[in-house]
Structures are given as structure tokens and as C-alpha cells.
Design a protein around this ligand. Structure first.
Ligand SMILES: Nc1ncnc2c1ncn2[C@@H]1O[C@H](COP(=O)(O)OP(=O)(O)OP(=O)(O)O)[C@@H](O)[C@H]1O
Ligand SMILES: [Mg+2]
Length: 623
């Protein structure tokens, strides 16, 4: 946080400045009072803030702080409208660093409640209490700091009081207000009491610690840290992993210069960053803290300061989107400490799973093992080489996958690796997702890594890999096409034939040469080279359906991504396809090298880690 300027006396704002300030309702409910009073406490440099509520805040709200206090002679002014110690000129309004600047909050609260302020400044011999209604001043006992008491909110306006919700709801809103402050100011301690019971307490802490204290450990375990600077803008916080997305927007926090705000521009940027990893209605969880020169953001746009306006909205949008995209692109596999929600993986343990197990005495002689697991021909496959066992990450990708498609004999069922004694174990540390050990149920690939067992949904994972590759290829040019030796024809509806004709160019750009053979037959003469495994007729049908559905109105970028996603689904390895160990390894390596590989195109996870600890727990094994 920027250091606060030394306290200045409270002054009435000049009229022309008053007219510049966004006017309107300041107090809507108890939570707005809480927010304003805590804002004031923080502006006063408080290190500890205590909030006491009764009846959800409707009966009373008391906020105590240990800030700089208000000198006795200024107490009456503090209650006056448009009197503030925080700004004095338009220039200061435009570069304001404090939460307050209108000189409005206390007056607004006093007008709809019974309010009193007790305060003691730094040099005062004792405190003073002022009653807002009568203006009466009395000496009072108090350490340095301020206590504001607000009783019977809206007592004189029963119509407004009627609009308040249940006590529990108002309490929840009030708690939310403090929670936001607590997130913005980890260096300050907060406590909230309701009807004499402590309902929340956050001790002063580091930023990361406070995030966990307020938003929960689950959020930390299922989100990734983010920190970036772009010109005059700094951004940090955490972005939730797509698979931890929620049905509500309740875990979306944005702070601009320490102020909780709602901003459509920034939320749009975040949403866009999650675009192809999140299912339509799912909401990402995030807490983002944006710091920007105060001159570059207008905080005076909404009477409750809940909105801001950036001078250069585009730059902010870009910076936020990029930062979140980059955070999400780094897959868990490559993150320093892999996090497999919901259970956090302990810091890298020695790798017991990969140490060669002692050979049991009953083990059959070697030749038998070798015959059981290693196909006698063809000649040794890649994994027998002592050198790199598989395609290096990033090189080849899909092509590498295709290249590793089974030589005939390798289609044989995979039953596991040769006995570990027979071959040197691959260094697992080099490959975060480890080495493949088999396939289960035609759907899952199992691998062992330094942390234990990795389970991969092979279709979902491969779909993401193919999709990312298609996107990359399509970004620069038309997708390379692979002519079919034997064109494939299929029965088509009239609509499909019409779409094939109308969208011929667009289809060719996707590597698909689809043409009518007759009024009810289409023929496919080429397919995208990147999809060697796709059933071309099915692929063509889905792509045509996509074109029909989105029609002419589609937004180019978005619909292209949707198309590519559809194509990827067809190009990805299908369930029940038997994979060889080298193929499985190739898949793992491609996942490690692919951005956003932790989730499939629909936001589902592509892999999970079962740690040794979790395995041990399954077997009630104390470690
Ligand atoms: N807890 C506090 N500790 C010290 N001074 C305070 C405290 N609360 C209010 N004040 C003083 O009273 C003045 C009026 O407070 P008020 O909240 O009404 O206006 P503001 O904070 O200046 O602007 P805004 O209306 O935007 O909140 C402040 O400018 C500040 O000088
Ligand atoms: Mg204020």
C-alpha cells in the first residue's frame, strides 16, 4: 500500500468541487455503513479494526479503530456534508489515494440513524464524544483512535427500513464488506462481532496468508498465483483453475488501488481469458489486485464508489487478459508444486514409487517376464533406448503422436513395463507427469511420477492437445490439408449439401474439401492433416452442423475456436482404443508441452494426481 499522507485538518469543500463529486445514495443497508466506517478507519492509518453488530447491523453498528483520531475541535466538522480532510482541490480529487474523498459518509449515515463519534487524537489528553443529533460534545475515556456508533438505522424512514432483508442476510452482507477490506489490507487486523459473539477474525498477515484466511484453503489449492507489471499497472492475485469454476460469481474479487470494485471491463477480460477452458455457465474464481497510478483511474464515477473508470481501458483489458491467460496456460504438471484439487500435494517427496521394488523370491525367471511383456518384434521400440525415450516436449506434437501410432505388433494388449530390474528406470523428475504404466477401462492412462500415481483421461487430454495445435496452426494460415487416396462419400441432407456449397471456401481453409456428388451425397476429398485419426465423414458432418448452427452471424474468432474444438474432438483418440506404452508416454509428454492441458475444451480436468500420501491413506498405512 502507498503510505498515507500525514493527517490534514477537515475542511469544507468549495462548492465547485462539491458539484464535481458523483452524488447519490450512499447508505443502502447496514453493509454500506460498515463499508464507509471501515474505509474511514483505514484512511486514518488503523492497524486494527473491530466491528460490532447487533441484529444484522440494523439495531447497531459500532466500528472501533486505533487510527490517528479526530481532534475535538474538528468533530462537528466531521459530521458536516462536504467536509473532508482528504482532498481540497480538483487536482487532488483526480489523484486521490485515500478511500474517502467526498466528505459525505458520516453526514449521510447520521441523517438516517442515531450516531455518535468518540475519538482521541494523537496529542489529546483524553477523548471526546459528539452526539450527531444534538451536536453535544462531552469528554470521554478512550485510547488513541475512533469509535463510531450507529444505532437504529433508518429509524425515521420506516419505508426504507422495510426494504431491509432478514437479519441473517444483512449480517452476511456486512461480513462481506469487511471481508473485502480484509482482502485489500492484509497488514491490518480485523474482527467482527455479532450479538457479542465473534463471527470473523483476521490477524495481520502476508498477502497470500490473508487470501487463504479469508477465501479458504480450497481456493488457494485450486488457484494459481499471478503477478505481472505492464507499464504503469501492476497486477497480482490468484486465478482459479478452470476445473474449480463455480456456478455462481461469488468468488470473484477485484481491487483497484485497494478498493473493492465491480468492473465490467476487467471481468470481461478475465472471462475472455477463460474462454475456451470453461463451460458457458461456469464462473471462474479469482482475486485480483490491480495497482495503477491514481491519475489513470477515475474513482469518482459512482456514488458508492463501487465502479471506476480507467483512462486507458484497452490497455487494462489487455494486461489483465494476458496475465490470466498466461497463468492458466502454465499447466499444473509444470508448476513448481503440482496441485491436484482438492488435495494439495505435499512438497516433493523422495520418489518411493519409482525406486525399483525388491525382487520377490518367487518371481519367474527373466526370459518368461520378457516374453510376457515385450513383444518380440518389431525391433526394440523407442522406450528401449537408453537415450530420450520419447519425443522431446514441444517437438512434433501431433505428428509425433501419429508417428508413434502402433507398428502392427504393438497393438498387442499392454500389460505393463518389463521388470524394473531389466531396464534402467527413466528419471521421473524430468517428466512431471511421469511414465506410463498402463491403460484402464479403455479410458484412463495410468502413469507413475515422483508424487505417486497419475490418472489421465486420454480422450479429454488428447482433445486439448489437438485443439491447441489446431488453434496454433489456424492462427497463422489455413490448416494444411491431406488429400485422401480414397475419397469418402456419405449420404447428406439437403441442408448439409447447401452448407457445403455455401461455405466451400471456409471449409477448404479448415483443410476439408467437401463437395456435392449429387443432391443427397457429399464427398470428402481432403481432411485436415492434423487429424489423421478422424472419421472424415463424421468430422465433415459435425463441421457442417456447426456452420449451419452459427450461420452468417457468427463472430469470426469465437466460431473458429468452436469449430476447431469440434474438429479436435473428432481428431482425438477415442475411448477403447488400445495404446502402447510409447504412445501413452507420447501423450504424457505432449500434455506437458501443451498450454492449458489441465482441462479439456469443456472445462473438465484431463488428469489427476493420487499422491503417495493419498494412496497410503487408502490402505490405512501410517507413514
Ligand atoms: N475513523 C476515523 N478516524 C479519523 N478520522 C476520521 C475517521 N472517520 C472520519 N474521519 C474524519 O472525518 C472526515 C469525514 O469523514 P467522511 O467519511 O464523512 O468523509 P470522507 O472519508 O472524507 O469522504 P467519503 O464521504 O468519501 O467517505 C474525514 O475526512 C476524516 O478526516
Ligand atoms: Mg469516509
Amino acid at each position: 500500500m502507498t503510505a498515507l499522507p500525514a493527517r490534514r485538518p477537515i475542511r469544507e469543500l468549495p462548492d465547485e468541487l462539491v458539484s464535481q463529486i458523483a452524488a447519490g445514495e450512499v447508505v443502502e443497508r447496514p453493509a454500506s455503513v460498515v463499508r464507509e466506517l471501515v474505509d474511514n478507519a483505514l484512511d486514518a492509518g488503523a492497524r486494527a479494526v473491530v466491528v460490532r453488530l447487533a441484529a444484522g447491523g440494523v439495531r447497531s453498528i459500532v466500528v472501533e479503530d486505533d487510527g490517528c483520531g479526530i481532534p475535538m475541535e474538528e468533530l462537528p466538522l466531521a459530521l458536516k456534508r462536504h467536509a473532508t480532510s482528504k482532498i481540497g482541490s480538483l487536482g487532488e480529487l483526480e489523484s486521490v489515494r485515500t478511500m474517502g474523498f467526498r466528505g459525505e459518509a458520516l453526514a449521510a449515515i447520521a441523517s438516517v440513524s442515531e450516531m455518535a463519534i468518540t475519538s482521541r487524537g494523537a496529542d489529546a489528553a483524553h477523548g471526546w464524544r459528539v452526539d450527531a443529533r444534538s451536536g453535544e460534545l462531552q469528554p470521554a475515556a478512550r485510547a488513541q483512535g475512533t469509535t463510531v456508533e450507529v444505532h437504529e438505522l433508518f429509524f425515521s424512514t420506516p419505508a426504507r427500513r422495510k426494504f431491509l432483508k432478514s437479519e441473517a442476510t444483512e449480517l452476511a452482507h456486512a461480513l462481506d464488506a469487511v471481508r473485502r477490506h480484509a482482502l485489500a489490507r492484509p497488514d491490518v487486523g480485523f474482527a467482527v462481532w455479532h450479538e457479542g459473539r465473534a463471527v470473523a477474525q483476521w490477524r495481520a498477515a502476508g498477502a497470500e496468508q490473508r487470501l487463504g484466511d479469508v477465501l479458504g484453503r480450497d481456493f488457494i489449492a485450486t488457484s494459481r498465483p499471478l503477478e505481472t507489471a505492464a507499464g504503469p499497472l501492476q497486477l497480482w492475485g490468484r486465478a482459479g483453475q478452470p476445473e474449480a469454476a463455480r456456478s455462481r460469481t461469488d468468488l470473484q474479487y477485484l481491487f483497484v488501488n485497494g478498493r473493492y470494485v465491480r468492473d465490467r471491463l476487467v471481468s470481461h477480460a478475465v472471462r475472455a481469458a477463460y474462454e475456451d477452458q470453461l463451460h458457458g455457465s461456469k464462473q471462474p474464481a479469482y482475486a485480483l489486485f490491480l495497482q495503477i497510478e491514481p491519475e489513470l483511474v477515475d474513482v469518482n464515477v459512482h456514488p458508492t464508489k463501487i465502479e471506476v473508470r480507467f483512462r486507458d481501458g484497452r490497455a487494462v483489458h489487455q494486461a489483465v487478459q494476458r496475465a490470466v491467460v498466461e497463468t492458466l496456460a502454465a499447466t499444473r504438471a509444470n508448476a513448481a508444486a503440482p496441485v491436484a484439487p482438492p488435495v494439495a500435494v505435499p512438497a516433493a517427496e523422495p520418489a518411493p514409487a519409482v525406486a525399483p521394488p525388491p525382487r520377490p523370491s518367487w518371481q519367474p525367471p527373466l526370459p518368461l517376464v520378457a516374453r510376457d511383456v515385450a513383444p518380440p518384434s518389431p525391433a526394440p521400440t523407442a522406450w528401449r533406448d537408453p537415450g530420450p525415450r520419447t519425443t522431446p516436449a514441444g517437438s512434433g506434437g501431433l505428428q509425433a503422436w501419429a508417428a508413434l501410432r502402433p507398428p502392427a505388433a504393438a497393438e498387442a494388449p499392454t500389460v505393463g513395463r518389463p521388470a524394473s530390474g531389466a531396464l534402467p528406470e527413466a528419471a521421473p523428475a524430468a517428466h512431471p507427469l511421469g511414465e506410463a504404466i498402463g491403460q484402464v477401462g479403455g479410458v484412463y492412462v495410468l502413469a507413475r511420477n515422483a508424487h505417486g500415481l497419475v490418472v489421465v483421461d486420454m480422450h479429454a487430454a488428447h482433445e486439448r492437445i489437438v485443439y491447441e495445435r489446431l488453434k496454433q496452426a489456424a492462427a497463422s494460415a489455413a490448416l494444411p490439408a491431406q488429400p485422401l487416396l480414397l475419397p469418402v462419400s456419405f449420404a447428406a441432407t439437403a441442408a448439409e449439401v447447401a452448407t457445403a456449397e455455401a461455405e466451400r471456401e471456409a471449409l477448404l481453409a479448415l483443410g476439408l474439401d467437401v463437395a456435392p456428388l449429387s443432391a443427397s451425397t457429399l464427398v470428402v476429398r481432403s481432411r485436415p492433416a492434423a487429424l489423421p485419426d478422424a472419421d472424415v465423414a463424421e468430422l465433415a458432418r459435425s463441421v457442417l452442423a456447426e456452420f449451419e448452427q452459427t450461420g452468417a452471424s457468427r463472430s469470426v474468432e469465437r466460431s473458429r475456436d468452436e469449430l476447431l474444438a469440434t474438429m479436435a474432438c473428432h481428431g482425438a483418440v477415442r475411448a477403447n482404443r488400445r495404446l502402447t506404452l510409447p504412445e501413452m508416454d507420447a501423450l504424457l509428454r505432449q500434455m506437458e508441452a501443451t498450454e492449458r492441458a489441465d482441462t479439456c475444451n469443456h472445462g473438465r480436468p484431463t488428469w489427476r494426481q493420487l499422491t503417495m500420501k493419498e494412496l497410503d491413506t487408502l490402505f490405512l498405512r501410517g507413514r
